[in-house]
Design a protein around this ligand. Structure first.
Ligand SMILES: C[S@@+](CC[C@H](N)C(=O)[O-])C[C@H]1O[C@@H](n2cnc3c(N)ncnc32)[C@H](O)[C@@H]1O
Length: 265
């Protein structure tokens, strides 16, 4: 085994359980998309991915780059594997997309930036599927539906821009070395590429949930005029006592359109 000390600051928990690795591979979509992996680490998932498809991986840790280069010398030479030594969030700032054609993101994500990475993947028009290992609570937020305890802006954004979103299965801490303190889940999202991620809609939703237990109309009053809120609630037949988690994703979209219309006029 490689003598590498896992670095906490890079969220390094290496996946060592072959049955989990196999289940991730089995969940790969059957299409011709390229694969992008974020954080190949010691290459255990990468090794399985390159058997099936061409892979581009983004790794920030300099110490791992040498190991990956020697492990995948043949695949790098044949261009089945491309390795980018960069912080993936910087790569996204510089390039807008992590690949120059349609791709699926498959990764065991560094948990400290997992939510941010998934939102960036939503913005990336060339990313079609997202199959990622994240903390269970994070996966629950992205897949939560109206009235669920975990329902928030993340679940609404996901529902708005995807055709399908599910937790595929949970993964216990023992599957990793070192073991994380939390249970993990594999999150599956199939984006609807005809829909665009709207950053302003995301900001609007965050304001709606700023105090999750308060009335939605109260939360909205920090960004929308009170009379306007009353008109919107009347138009959409909404009760003034509604709490943020009681409103469906499609109603939030309609509400946002009405708020925007008011501003454009
Ligand atoms: C949870 S580990 C997964 C490692 C490996 N894929 C596995 O399954 O065993 C997260 C990986 O992401 C890398 N990483 C952390 N922050 C990153 C960033 N900002 N950009 C790219 N890679 C990052 C870490 O160095 C580490 O290799």
């Amino acid at each position: 085994m490689d003598k590498v000390k896992a670095k906490k600051e890079f969220g390094q928990n290496f996946l060592k359980d072959d049955s989990v690795l196999n289940k991730i591979i089995q969940s790969m979509p059957h299409n011709n998309n390229h694969i992008v992996e974020i954080g190949p680490g010691l290459g255990d998932l990468t090794k399985n991915l390159v058997k099936y498809k061409d892979v581009t991986a983004y790794e920030v840790d300099t110490d791992l780059i040498g190991i990956l280069k020697s492990k995948f010398a043949k695949e790098l030479e044949s261009k089945k594997f491309t390795l980018k030594h960069i912080d993936v969030l910087k790569a996204w700032d510089e390039l807008n997309s992590l690949h120059n054609g349609k791709y699926d993101l498959i990764a065991n994500l560094p948990y400290y930036i997992a939510t941010n990475i998934i939102l960036r993947a939503f913005e990336d028009d060339l990313c079609e599927h997202i199959i990622v290992m994240v903390q269970k609570e994070v996966a629950e937020k992205f897949t939560a539906k109206v009235n669920d305890k975990e329902y928030s802006s993340l679940g609404i954004i996901t529902e708005t821009i995807s055709k399908d979103s599910r937790i595929l299965f949970d993964v216990p801490p023992e599957a990793f070395d070192p073991m994380p303190k939390v249970i993990s889940s594999i999150l599956y999202i199939k984006k609807d590429l005809s829909k665009k991620f709207d950053k302003d809609f995301n900001k609007f939703l965050k304001s709606c949930f700023v105090q999750p237990r308060k009335k939605l109309s109260k939360n909205l009053s920090s960004i929308v005029d009170k009379n306007k809120i009353s008109t919107i609630f009347e138009d959409l037949n909404l009760n003034d006592n509604l709490r943020p988690h009681e409103v469906s994703a499609s109603l939030y979209s309609q509400m946002y359109t009405k708020v925007k219309d008011g501003r454009d006029n």
